[in-house]
Structure formats: structure tokens, C-alpha cells
Design a protein around this ligand. Structure first.
Ligand code: ADP
Ligand code: ASP
Ligand code: MG
Length: 455
């Protein structure tokens, strides 16, 4: 493994001139443990949401979009003026201006046509990272850091699912390696975006800059991928819901993957896989407290399994929908589950939790889009019922399947009068997942946090 690393800075870290000063200080820190070859940037905080708002207002013929767009432009110009000194100021401001003129023209077109395709939306959403990328590049150049701006559309190739595109790893890794071979200065890379082979802009899904960092870091065989954010690591629970949450110093890829998948927003769920494939540790660190040691995600689940026999962190995902299928016909077990899974798969709807008995199968999904078609197909197999307003709670640890962990968990929930439906425990011991009513979810999280972490 090479002694190089890639760093990613999220929306809050890029959110103001003051915050970007902290980012620059981190990049310029002396005595780094590896050479930084790429910085992946998010849009400034709130900008992606504003871009979506602008696109939606324009497509519904609301001239108000102009106000939001003007404010967005003002915010970027102010930050660029403050951060980029005279030598690079004019150049950076010209780049920012050029981006806003391009954005204005596409949004103007949307307004006139009252039409917004997924491709158009992805293109509009790409401006946030392109703006913050140019501003950081100008600010670093002004401080004599040799660097270049890289629009990730040049190296990350995806399919055409514009809202959350799938990456073509073969061509992407090849392009990234070729690019970094030719361009030796530090690369400032736009997070979150990619392009189809014929050059249409795509996004990797909300919060996808973490994934961009993992894609670049793994293609380059980096020694570490550092995700710099606004909390000091992955915590035992979402700190906004559980103020007592503490930083978890170390997690395995498997545990972090489960947490991210089941709602811990601190890491995009797709981040883990590229890093895991190449065994590259991912660190989660705090831009505003750079000396805190953060969380290190490491490929040592076997080791953690030996050491931890309890719940190390909790998360929840809500709302989800439970779908139940009941059919006495399938008493002989002939492919009931397989046929149910096929139906969900055919309608591109992924299943999170599954619970089964001989004649019934319950699953949860979070995407209702194709539910009417799914239930219609399922009715050919048996009685179908749909329960909305559910939440999935997920507890992870090195060995949550150790004797007594589950018993203690459901006793505590029972004492707090929280009814549990659908329980699923990974045989690897990485997680315990169950479903409760949404109104009980936060309470469940809190009582389990108290029981396992604060005790
Ligand atoms: P960034 O813009 O840096 O990508 P995000 O807002 O996407 O940051 O993610 C960081 C936020 O995730 C934190 O501020 C915190 O509120 C939230 N969060 C949710 N669950 C967790 C968790 N288990 N550990 C840490 N942070 C969490
Ligand atoms: N700016 C994008 C978003 O808000 C991507 C990211 O921040 O990771 O979703
Ligand atoms: Mg994020």
C-alpha cells in the first residue's frame, strides 16, 4: 500500500470562509502520516438543498427561484472574496461567475419549458461541488499549495440512474489512475458527481461525497481515506437524538456498513464497499476539533468479535413500510420466499429486514414507489397486508449474538412497553435488527443506549 491518502470535507466543513480556513489548516498540517494526493469536497452546507429548491421552483413556473439563486451567488462570491487573495481572486471569481451564468441559463430554460428531467436535476445539483471545489482550489493556490481542480465527471463513470447512479468500477479506476499519473499536484475533486459514458452528469445519491472519497482512495490504493466532518467520529447513536452519545474509537467495516445503511448519516452507506475490497482503513474525523482521534474503521471484524460481546452502537431508520404475505398453500415450503424476493427484485425495490414462518413472510421496504405493483403481484401468492409507520432499529457490535445480549435487549424494551415486531439477527454477530412502531423508535434507541452504553 502506498503512503498516500485522500481526505474528504463535508458540507459543514466547507460551509463558510471560517470553516474553509480550518480545512486549509488541516491540509497544510506538517508531519502528515502520508502524502495527501486528493481532497474530495462537498458543496457548502445547504447548497444542494437550495439547488433542488431552485430547480423545483423554476419547473413549476415560480419566479421566486431567482431570489434563492441570487442569494446562493452572493454567498459564494463573499466566501471566495474572503478566502482568495489578490493573486488568484480575479481568476476564482471569474470561474464562480461562469458557473452561475451556466446555472442561470439551465434554470431559465427549465422555467420556460416547465419541465425538469432527472438528467436536468442531476446537472443542476452538480453546481454545488463544482463551486466549492473552485473556491478551495483558489484559496490553496493563493497560499502556495500546488493544486488543481478536478471535476469528477472526468474520471467517475456511472450508469444513467441520475439520482443515485451505479459506478462502473472498471473504467472509473482506470481513469482515476491514469489521471493521477499525469497530474501530480494535489487534486481538488468534486464529490457527489459522476458522468455517463456519453458525458451526461449524474449524482451518486444524497450524501454521496463520502462515496466519491472511497472511490478515489481505493482506485489509488491509498493508505487511508479520511472523512472530515462536524462530529468527532462515528458515535454510539445519532447525537441529535441521544445527547449522551459517545464516539466509538474503532469499528469494523461490517459494523460501520450496517450503521450507515440503517440511518447513521455520518457516512454514506456505499462508502464502505470500495474501502473494504482493498482493506483501506476509513477514518472519521472532526474538522473543528482536528486533534480528536475520531473513529477508525478497520478490516478486523474477527478480532472485534473476540473482544466485544455487547452492543457498541445503535441507529434507526424511519419511516419504513412492513409488507406481510400469508399463504397456507406454501406449507410445503416450495419456493415461497424465493418467489416473494423475485417480485421485489423485479420492481427494483430493496428489502431491509425479513422475518419468516412456514406460511408467512414479512419484509420491510423504504421505497413506496412501486408498492401498488408489488402488492398486486404478491396477491397471486397469498393474503397481503401493508403496515406503514414503522421503524427499524439496528444494534451493532463485535458479537451481538453472544449469549444473553438479545435477552437483555428485549427485556429492556418490554419493561418500557415497546412492542417489537420482526427480529433479525445476523449469524456473523455483527448486528441485531428489529422493527417497532415509529412513535416508539426514539424511546427504544434511548433505553437501549442507556442499558448498553451509558451503564
Ligand atoms: P458532512 O456534511 O460532513 O458529510 P453529515 O451531516 O452528512 O456531514 O453527517 C454528519 C452528521 O451525521 C453529524 O453532524 C450527526 O448529526 C449525524 N449523525 C447521525 N448519526 C450519527 C452517528 N451515529 N455518529 C455520528 N454522527 C451521526
Ligand atoms: N452535497 C451533496 C449532498 O448534500 C453530497 C454530500 O454532501 O455528500 O447530498
Ligand atoms: Mg455527509
Amino acid at each position: 500500500m502506498k503512503r498516500i491518502k485522500v481526505l474528504k470535507f463535508g458540507g459543514t466543513s466547507m460551509g463558510s470562509a471560517d470553516a474553509i480556513q480550518k480545512v486549509i489548516a488541516i491540509i497544510k498540517r506538517p508531519r502528515q502520516d502520508a502524502r495527501i494526493v486528493a481532497i474530495i469536497v462537498s458543496a457548502m452546507s445547504g447548497v444542494t438543498n437550495d439547488l433542488i429548491k431552485i430547480a423545483k421552483l423554476a419547473s413549476t413556473k415560480e419566479p421566486k427561484y431567482r431570489v434563492v439563486l441570487k442569494n446562493l451567488e452572493r454567498r459564494h462570491i463573499e466566501v471566495a472574496r474572503e478566502l482568495v487573495g489578490s493573486r488568484y481572486r480575479a481568476k476564482t471569481l471569474a470561474l464562480v461567475d461562469d458557473l452561475f451564468r451556466q446555472l442561470e441559463s439551465i434554470v431559465e430554460g427549465t422555467y420556460r419549458l416547465q419541465e425538469l428531467s432527472p438528467a436536468g436535476m442531476a446537472y443542476i445539483m452538480s453546481f454545488g461541488e463544482r463551486l466549492s471545489g473552485h473556491i478551495l482550489t483558489g484559496a490553496l493556490l493563493h497560499r502556495r499549495v500546488r493544486c488543481e481542480y478536478l471535476n469528477a465527471r472526468r474520471v467517475i463513470t456511472t450508469d444513467e440512474q441520475f439520482e443515485s447512479a451505479a459506478v462502473d468500477f472498471v473504467s472509473t479506476e482506470k481513469s482515476i489512475r491514469a489521471h493521477f499519473k499525469k497530474h501530480t499536484p494535489l487534486q481538488i475533486v468534486t464529490g457527489f458527481i459522476g458522468a455517463t459514458p456519453d458525458g451526461k452528469t449524474t449524482t451518486l445519491g444524497r450524501g454521496g461525497s463520502d462515496y466519491s472519497a472511497a472511490i478515489v482512495g481505493s482506485a489509488l490504493g491509498a493508505k487511508a481515506i479520511e472523512i472530515w466532518t462536524d462530529v468527532s467520529g462515528i458515535m454510539t447513536a445519532d447525537p441529535r437524538r441521544v445527547p449522551e452519545a459517545q464516539v466509538v474509537p474503532e469499528l469494523s467495516f461490517e459494523e460501520a456498513g450496517e450503521l450507515a445503511y440503517f440511518g447513521a448519516k455520518v457516512l454514506h452507506p456505499k462508502t464502505i464497499l470500495p474501502a473494504m475490497r482493498k482493506s483501506i482503513p476509513v477514518k472519521v474525523l472532526n474538522t473543528f476539533k482536528p486533534d480528536d482521534s475520531g473513529t477508525t474503521i478497520v478490516p478486523n471484524f474477527a478480532q472485534r468479535r473476540k473482544e466485544s460481546h455487547t452492543v457498541d452502537a445503535l441507529t434507526f431508520k424511519s419511516p419504513v413500510i412492513a409488507v406481510h404475505v400469508n399463504s397456507p398453500k406454501f406449507y410445503d415450503g416450495s419456493g415461497f420466499i424465493a418467489r416473494i424476493f423475485e417480485i421485489f427484485n423485479a420492481h427494483r425495490t430493496s428489502i431491509d429486514v425479513v422475518a419468516t414462518s412456514v406460511t408467512s413472510v414479512s419484509v420491510t421496504i423504504d421505497d413506496e414507489k412501486n408498492l401498488p405493483k408489488i402488492t398486486k403481484a404478491l396477491r397471486e401468492l397469498g393474503d397481503v397486508s401493508v403496515d406503514r409507520g414503522k421503524a427499524i432499529i439496528c444494534a451493532v457490535g463485535g458479537g451481538v449474538n453472544a449469549a444473553g445480549v438479545a435477552g437483555r435487549m428485549f427485556t429492556v424494551l418490554g419493561q418500557n412497553k415497546i412492542a417489537v415486531e420482526m427480529i433479525s439477527q445476523a449469524s456473523s454477530g455483527v448486528s441485531m435488527t428489529f422493527v417497532v412502531n415509529t412513535r416508539d423508535a426514539e424511546k427504544a434507541l434511548k433505553v437501549l443506549h442507556k442499558e448498553y452504553i451509558e451503564a
